[in-house]
Write a protein that binds this ligand. Structure first.
Ligand SMILES: NC(=O)c1ccc[n+]([C@@H]2O[C@H](COP(=O)([O-])OP(=O)(O)OC[C@H]3O[C@@H](n4cnc5c(N)ncnc54)[C@H](OP(=O)(O)O)[C@@H]3O)[C@@H](O)[C@H]2O)c1
Length: 333
């Protein structure tokens, strides 16, 4: 089969398209013919693949993908059969025998617990854009922040793939949503998502615009500088949800990363700050899939690349100005 391999350490110059063997599956695994895979541009810089002897594995990029099942192991539950279209999230962050390779290949295998049937109303490209980003927003807003109707939600980095879900989910539950962005294209997108107030992060600091605002929840998809500013605008009983946070330790080390299987809550200036790493959750992804089928949420695609053009897809991600998820089509689509 055709597959992209990354040869870390290094970035896009270390991506190679190769002929590889179709993966063999275990009893509890499924083989999927991949039609589309989501792109996470930072994954080329993760240290997940360094072995104890200092050499590196050569992973297939992509954590989430969509396709059709072509083979099932004997212990796979009945709902997943040959011919079932699925969307998959393999969660590479937490090591297991099942999670080293992703979806940028003709075929990919995954444990049955890492997938759900594809929502019917979604194309494969749309489905591939959903799991990682939508689950991150869902777990941040609902598991950790307990966001409710009537609250004010501030989403920093508003037009990135993850933040777009946070905005939609905030609007869906009846929160007032404020978002930051810095380009005309971003402002237009935020308006189309129904954002109540937009802040141009290049022109104003959060505290200068939101001094009198009662912000209950901050969803921070940008990083430490936003945490500092957010501490000045979040209410005393509010919460800052960080999905990027360099203060929590070196996440390239497995022992550090593994400690984030549970979210890490701390107090800063009397405010609650939480950092967490997303994990697959079948029930939550099914609920998100139902909301997508009903049209209550929508997949926002920033760009779609052909399978042979993976290097340029990563290069676009690396600009840090994606407006929605970047998706790579499988060789068979
Ligand atoms: N903890 C977890 O489990 C988890 C899960 C998913 C993602 N992440 C992390 O979350 C971060 C976001 O990832 P992503 O893929 O959703 O988005 P991304 O592609 O990294 O971000 C792109 C967006 O960020 C905006 N942006 C850039 N700098 C900004 C700033 N200083 N202030 C406000 N907005 C800014 C850009 O808007 P403009 O074009 O308008 O500038 C653009 O729309 C990444 O660092 C990723 O590693 C963590």
């Amino acid at each position: 089969m055709q597959a992209w391999h990354h040869h870390p350490p290094g970035g896009t110059e270390k991506l190679k398209i190769v002929k590889a063997d179709i993966p063999e599956i275990d009893d509890d695994e499924v083989l999927v013919k991949v039609y589309a895979a989501g792109l996470i541009w930072m994954e080329l810089y993760w240290q997940l693949y360094e072995k104890e002897d200092g050499t590196y594995k050569t992973p297939i990029p992509g954590e989430d993908y969509s396709g059709v099942i072509v083979k099932v192991g004997s212990k796979v539950p009945e709902g997943l059969k040959v011919g079932t279209e699925v969307m998959v999230f393999v969660t590479k962050a937490f090591s297991s025998k099942h999670s080293t390779d992703g979806g940028m290949a003709e075929y990919a295998k995954a444990h049955f617990s890492k997938m759900i049937p594809k929502p019917q109303n979604l194309s494969h490209v749309e489905a591939a854009s959903v799991p990682l980003a939508a689950l991150t927003a869902w777990q941040g807003l609902f598991d950790h922040a307990k966001l409710k109707a009537g609250q004010t939600l501030l989403v920093a980095g508003g037009t990135g793939p993850t933040a777009i879900w946070a905005i939609q989910m905030g609007k869906m539950v009846g929160a007032r949503v404020i978002a930051t962005a810095a380009s005309e294209q971003s402002f237009k997108l935020l308006k189309s998502l129904g954002v109540n107030q937009v802040i141009n992060y290049k022109e104003a600091k959060l505290e200068s615009v939101l001094a009198s605002e009662n912000v209950d929840v901050v969803f921070n998809a940008v990083g430490d500088e936003v945490t500092k500013q957010a501490l000045k605008v979040v209410s005393e009983d509010g919460i800052i949800i960080n999905i990027v946070d360099t203060t929590v330790g070196d996440l390239s080390k497995e022992s550090v990363r593994d400690s984030f299987r549970e979210p890490f809550f701390r107090k800063e200036d009397g405010r609650t700050v939480v950092f967490f790493i997303v994990d697959m959750n079948v029930q939550q992804l099914t609920e998100i899939g139902n909301l997508l089928n009903e049209g209550k949420l929508k997949a926002v695609i920033g760009a779609v690349y052909d399978f042979t053009d993976v290097v340029n897809a990563f290069k676009q991600g690396e600009t840090g100005h994606a407006h929605g998820k970047i998706v790579v089509k499988g060789p068979g689509l």
